[in-house]
Design a protein around this ligand. Structure first.
Ligand SMILES: Nc1ncnc2c1ncn2[C@@H]1O[C@H](COP(=O)(O)OP(=O)(O)OP(=O)(O)O)[C@@H](O)[C@H]1O
Ligand SMILES: [Mg+2]
Length: 328
């Protein structure tokens, strides 16, 4: 495990951005270690893009400081520019150029020697699955292809750190998977990645650590299991009922009361998913409890589609944070 003694690849200290009266990023403290994939999650307007804009020197912070690969972002801006790549939320690729020309332009911009540049372009086009489209105009590529091209462009300088602002937004499931595969490949090549996303399962799947930002503040941070542990009353059983039987109907309420009389339970009803969440508050024999609840479903004739036990998923964690249910 990475210790705090390891020098962080990305480090923010009290990083703050104020636009007029609005505090868009509020004293953000963040450390991302070499080779780590850190997912920054948050609602629209939470401050994700503003954070990335500051870390990539596009936006000057109102206060605070940051370091990329050990260089001070404020006083050594020129040095840090060689260390990172960015895939921005509004893809910065040239539509009128071909994928090859986009990469060639950047290769020349970075002053890569011709042979090395050509080798990198070939490798990146292959990794992006764009070899057979290398001479098409970029504007004629699909959304997923454009995004893979944007990632390739960000990698031309072989940066140690990659910032990716919602790299999979608006993509179909197959295209998202391709991006995930690319991210995993980059990660195994030792690239440190800061990724923002709204897709919780994406963060859960890819990230070593997750931070949740709300109104500019980093509210919670940790690995998925750590986050789950910090949430009260979420480890338990979820029972998804068949559509015809609503979680808030009278017969279900009566059946739940019966169950409550047997166990010390917290019950949460999710109408949207038609799901009952049960959390056992006492630390009793869990296996026995699971069996009893399962038997209870049959006894009470409760028609269900799914019965699951275990850790909350990230969406539940996220909802709990939104409800301020985090155990302090
Ligand atoms: N240039 C700007 N001038 C004024 N306010 C801004 C500016 N840029 C961002 N903001 C505000 O800062 C807040 C954070 O915006 P930001 O774009 O960082 O959110 P985000 O988390 O990236 O959201 P999204 O998920 O929608 O991309 C918002 O309230 C936004 O309106
Ligand atoms: Mg954004």
């Amino acid at each position: 495990m990475l210790s705090s003694g390891t020098q962080a690849s990305v480090s923010a200290r009290n990083l703050t951005k104020q636009f007029g009266q609005r505090l868009s990023v509020d004293n953000l403290n963040l450390n991302i270690y070499p080779g780590e994939l850190y997912a920054l999650l948050g609602d629209n307007g939470a401050g994700k893009t503003t954070t990335i804009s500051m870390l990539t020197t596009l936006l000057p912070p109102s206060s605070g400081e940051f370091f990329i690969c050990g260089f001070n972002g404020l006083t050594q801006a020129e040095k840090i520019k060689g260390c990172f790549g960015v895939v921005s939320q509004d893809l910065a690729v040239y539509n009128e150029l071909t994928p090859y020309e986009n990469l060639k332009f950047l290769s020349d911009l970075y002053g890569l020697p011709k042979k090395l540049g050509e080798e990198r372009i070939e490798k990146l086009l292959r990794r992006a699955g764009l070899v057979d489209r290398l001479n098409d105009r970029t504007e004629n590529l699909s959304g997923g292809m454009m995004r893979r091209l944007a990632i390739a462009c960000a990698m031309i300088n072989e940066p140690k750190v990659l910032f990716m602002d919602e790299p999979t937004v608006g993509l179909d499931p197959a295209a998202r998977r391709l991006i995930w595969a690319t991210l995993k490949e980059l990660k195994s090549a030792g690239v440190t990645i800061l990724l923002t996303t709204h897709y919780l399962e994406e963060a859960e799947l890819l990230a070593d650590r997750i931070g949740i930002i709300r109104s500019g503040r980093l509210t919670i941070e940790g690995t998925v299991p750590e986050l789950a542990q910090r949430i009260r009353g979420m480890r338990g059983i979820s029972i998804r009922l068949v559509q015809e039987c609503s979680v808030d109907s009278a017969p279900i309420a009566a059946a739940i009361d019966l169950l409550k009389s047997k166990f010390d339970l917290e019950v949460r009803l999710d109408n949207l998913r038609n799901t009952i969440y049960l959390t056992q508050l006492a630390d009793d024999d869990v296996e026995h409890y699971h069996k009893e609840v399962f038997a209870w479903l049959y006894q009470e004739n409760i028609p269900f589609l799914r019965f699951a036990t275990g850790e909350p998923n990230l969406e539940e964690v996220f909802l709990a944070v939104s409800r301020d249910e985090v155990a302090k």
